[in-house]
Design a protein around this ligand. Structure first.
Ligand SMILES: Cc1cc2nc3c(=O)[nH]c(=O)nc-3n(C[C@H](O)[C@H](O)[C@H](O)COP(=O)(O)OP(=O)(O)OC[C@H]3O[C@@H](n4cnc5c(N)ncnc54)[C@H](O)[C@@H]3O)c2cc1C
Ligand SMILES: NC(=O)c1ccc[n+]([C@@H]2O[C@H](COP(=O)([O-])OP(=O)(O)OC[C@H]3O[C@@H](n4cnc5c(N)ncnc54)[C@H](O)[C@@H]3O)[C@@H](O)[C@H]2O)c1
Length: 453
């Protein structure tokens, strides 16, 4: 028998959990459907456990910076406390009961299973039919995109999930893909003694960001002993015993005890039955309007919308979708000041457009750059002070449309720049503000001086 309800939320990751909880608290009858764990990728296999690894790796790196700065320090890295924290604090051994209780405590109804749209206003969950009167919210996230490298489908490679669940750092690791996942995990494992090689197909690491940031990070990884191959195509992979072999297009053969594939993620609309409501199952992402509506009665939030695979995007969109479903007033989605932080050391923060992206949009841009080590705070900080600020100005309007903040606290320094991009604060006004001395964010003032010319 079909079960009537107001709303069905499919996928209870960060985005789905937020919409479902918000609507249930507002008094709607909400069924939240989740195939795996409520909370999704972020708390169990992504943001939170990976940042626990990064935090531990940063402690090791800081301790190694003591000589010449503050005496002597001996560090004996041990991955066990990290693996324990991931099990006990982050994931409760990959158990989501607390998250399920959090949702049902708000008045929601929870259903474990795999959902599929079968016709407008009808959802099938493993044979059980739900008929939402008001709305369906699609929040099914993304899955790793595995490149068609010959042999890859026959070897036991890791995705982020296996990498996060390890109990010991591997002796050696090949990382295919030098984006956010690859760089964060490469550095974290290297700091625990893993011999790491990163293979990136494009010309630099973090290729979606400013090339200066990718070079800075590549140099920092190199100094820590991570081998980086950029502009390198993998032509085959094999595995025997406990060794992976990765052959590159220049004939070089790389070996490692483990292979992490971190070559991007994509939405999977094909298995969701979206064609039954008139949407394209072959699309790379679900197309939504500024209120997160995909079509009549269907909203979409999070990674599957293809607007930036970040937890903060999923939560931002989820709040807009909830407002839209409840008929509450509020602004439409605005991604001009979308912030991104890769939690490496140096931390790479960026907001809005890169110089190249702004140029491709046809903007006449001016840029300004300043180096963190040349600033007072960078000079004081000394060991581990690498970083830079790069500003991208729309020269016609005299406002910033993008910025990069890389350095010891790059992601935190980014905040002021994000406000400037979002609020379109005139560059002239930014130039005449007071910047606290001696902070890292004073480097913004130096970059503004460079922008002036
Ligand atoms: C290693 C790693 C580190 C990351 N670090 C960060 C970070 O530091 N900061 C940041 O902002 N972002 C980070 N991200 C990205 C972040 O994890 C995602 O953007 C976020 O989890 C997306 O949320 P979501 O709700 O869209 O999808 P998800 O969290 O993927 O949740 C989707 C849920 O839908 C469920 N589902 C799928 N299909 C169905 C179905 N048919 N029926 C029922 N349920 C279904 C899935 O089981 C899943 O639980 C990281 C990602 C990775 C891989
Ligand atoms: N700190 C954070 O916020 C954070 C951390 C990790 C992941 N994430 C999110 O998760 C998403 C997925 O991360 P990701 O690192 O897997 O994807 P990504 O898109 O950031 O990077 C993938 C990289 O793999 C490269 N690549 C693709 N095919 C390749 C091949 N065959 N050989 C070699 N290199 C290849 C790409 O050029 C790219 O640089 C990111 O887009 C990001 O939004 C965010």
């Amino acid at each position: 028998m079909a079960q009537d309800t107001d709303v069905v939320v499919i996928g209870m990751g960060v985005g789905g959990e937020h919409v479902a909880g918000r609507l249930a608290e507002a008094g709607l009858d909400v069924v939240g459907v989740e195939a795996q764990l409520v909370g999704g990728e972020c708390p169990y296999w992504a943001c939170i456990p990976s940042k626990m690894m990064v935090r531990a790796g940063n402690l090791i790196a800081e301790a190694r910076r003591v000589p010449g700065m503050a005496g002597q320090a001996e560090v004996a890295p041990d991955f066990t406390p990290v693996a324990t924290r991931i099990r006990e604090e982050a994931t409760t051994d990959w158990d989501d009961q607390a998250a399920v209780d959090r949702f049902t405590g708000k008045g929601g109804r929870f259903l474990r299973g795999r959902a599929r749209l079968t016709s407008p206003g009808r959802v099938d969950v493993d044979g059980q039919v739900l008929t939402p009167r008001r709305s369906i919210v699609l929040a099914t996230g993304s899955r790793p995109q595995i490149p068609p490298v010959p042999g890859l489908d026959k070897v036991p490679y890791w995705t982020n999930r296996e990498a996060i669940a390890v109990k010991e750092a591997p002796a050696s690791l090949l990382v295919l893909g030098g984006g956010a996942v690859g760089c964060e995990l490469a550095q974290a494992f290297a700091r625990f003694g893993t011999v790491v090689t990163v293979v990136e197909a494009r010309e630099g690491l973090l290729p979606a960001e400013e090339p200066e940031a990718g070079r800075l990070l590549g140099d920092a990884l190199g100094r820590e002993g991570v081998s980086v191959r950029t502009g390198a195509g993998a032509t085959s992979v094999s595995h025997s015993g406990d060794t992976f072999r990765l052959t590159l297009d220049d004939g070089e053969e790389l070996t490692g005890q483990q292979l992490l594939v971190s070559t991007g993620r994509r939405a999977d609309l094909a298995t969701l039955g979206v064609e039954s409501v008139g949407l394209d199952p072959a699309a790379r992402a679900l197309s939504v309007d500024g209120q997160m509506r995909a079509t009549d009665g269907v909203w979409g939030v999070g990674d599957l919308t293809g607007r930036g695979a970040f937890t903060h995007v999923a939560m931002y969109q989820a709040e807009i979708a909830a407002r839209s479903i409840l008929g509450e007033p509020g602004p439409e989605a605005d991604y001009r000041a979308l912030p991104r932080v890769t939690f490496t050391d140096p931390e790479i923060g960026s907001v809005g457009m890169s110089e190249r992206a702004a140029g491709e949009r046809g903007l006449r841009v001016r840029t300004g750059t300043a180096q963190v080590p040349a600033s007072t705070r960078g000079w004081i900080h000394r060991a581990g002070n690498e970083g830079l600020i790069k500003l991208v100005e729309d020269a016609e309007r005299g406002v910033l449309v993008g910025a990069t903040s890389a350095g010891p606290t790059g992601g935190e320094v980014l905040y002021g720049l994000a406000v400037a991009v979002q609020a379109e604060v005139p560059v002239e006004q930014l130039r005449h503000m007071i910047y606290a001395y001696p902070t890292f964010h004073r480097v913004v003032e130096d970059a503004l001086a460079d922008l002036a010319g």
